[in-house]
Design a protein around this ligand. Structure first.
Ligand SMILES: [Zn+2]
Length: 287
């Protein structure tokens, strides 16, 4: 791609140099300039196509098993949510399936894994609850779990704050919203260090406990820039999650062809990351 850029630059320069000689051009010079001007738009188009292919990443889903298409419906809304605000630094596949257990576990999520530049997150839903859940309740859970796959709770996130859950000067100098935020330090593995503090930010999407009515703070979207992603739309103010999801449910998932270019099927068994609801004991070590 660099070579193509260089060709475009040198042809543009050559055409300019021929034309600024301050005398009438010879027929061969006129022909050369014309040829360059004919070629340039095609070369630029080729460059655009190549750049787009490399830069296009997205959040998409894979349905392994489902109940009445409920996971699929909900996954579409959840992917639309993140694709609206963020271009991830690598594509994300959220892999969804059902399990059946007579327990209070609604869903369980596993540690994300990476292969060939794609990050995979696995979430399983308990059929005991799935049928009685609304689409928004399921979508909300998937949105939260994709939040983790995008980095809430691992890698870059872990370096942003101290052991008291207070964000470092370096982090707040990049994003001042973080001055008001605290990271969860209670409730043990699966919850602490990977969420906003429940006491302080209770009903926010990325706190550790699910609430019946949740909202999204602008900082949740803006933090994605610190986790290595590109924020393509800002959320200007605290917004009700149901309102956002209702609007996104009207949007078709329009990036099927791009999603098809991603390997949706790759699967690795990883450790359990968290249970939903989050107040269930988890034997995960502190990471
Ligand atoms: Zn969580």
């Amino acid at each position: 791609m660099e070579a193509l850029k260089n060709i475009i630059d040198s042809l543009t320069q050559e055409a300019a140099e021929i034309q600024i000689q301050g005398r009438a051009l010879r027929p061969d010079e006129i022909a050369r300039v014309q040829a360059i001007y004919e070629a340039l738009p095609h070369l630029k188009q080729a460059l655009d196509i190549l750049s787009a292919e490399i830069e296009t990443t997205l959040v998409t889903y894979k349905i392994v098993s489902d109940e009445d298409g409920k996971l699929k419906q909900s996954a579409r809304v959840a992917c639309n949510f993140w694709n609206r605000f963020v271009v991830p630094n690598s594509s994300i596949v959220i892999r969804l399936s059902v399990f059946t257990a007579n327990s209070t576990t609604i869903a369980r999520a596993y540690q994300p894994y990476t292969r060939e530049g794609v990050v995979y997150g696995v979430v399983e839903f308990n059929t005991k609850y799935l049928s009685s859940f609304t689409r928004n309740e399921i979508s909300g859970t998937i949105i939260h779990e994709i939040g983790h796959t995008l980095g809430f709770g691992w890698d870059k996130w872990m370096n942003l704050f101290d052991s008291n859950g207070v964000f470092t000067d370096e982090a707040t100098s990049i994003l001042s919203d973080l001055e008001d935020m605290r990271v969860e330090t209670d409730h043990g593995p699966g919850t602490h260090y990977s969420h906003w503090d429940e006491q302080r930010h209770g009903e926010e999407l990325m706190t550790g406990f699910k609430n019946s009515s949740e909202h999204v703070l602008p900082v949740t979207i803006r933090t994605m820039a610190l986790l290595g992603h590109q924020v393509v739309e800002d959320l200007p103010q605290q917004t009700d999650l149901n309102t956002l999801m209702d609007a996104l449910a009207q949007v078709m998932f329009s990036r099927q062809s791009e999603a098809k270019a991603i390997n949706l099927d790759h699967f690795e068994k990883t450790d359990l990351w968290e249970n939903v609801p989050h107040d269930q004991p988890l034997s995960k070590k502190k990471s």
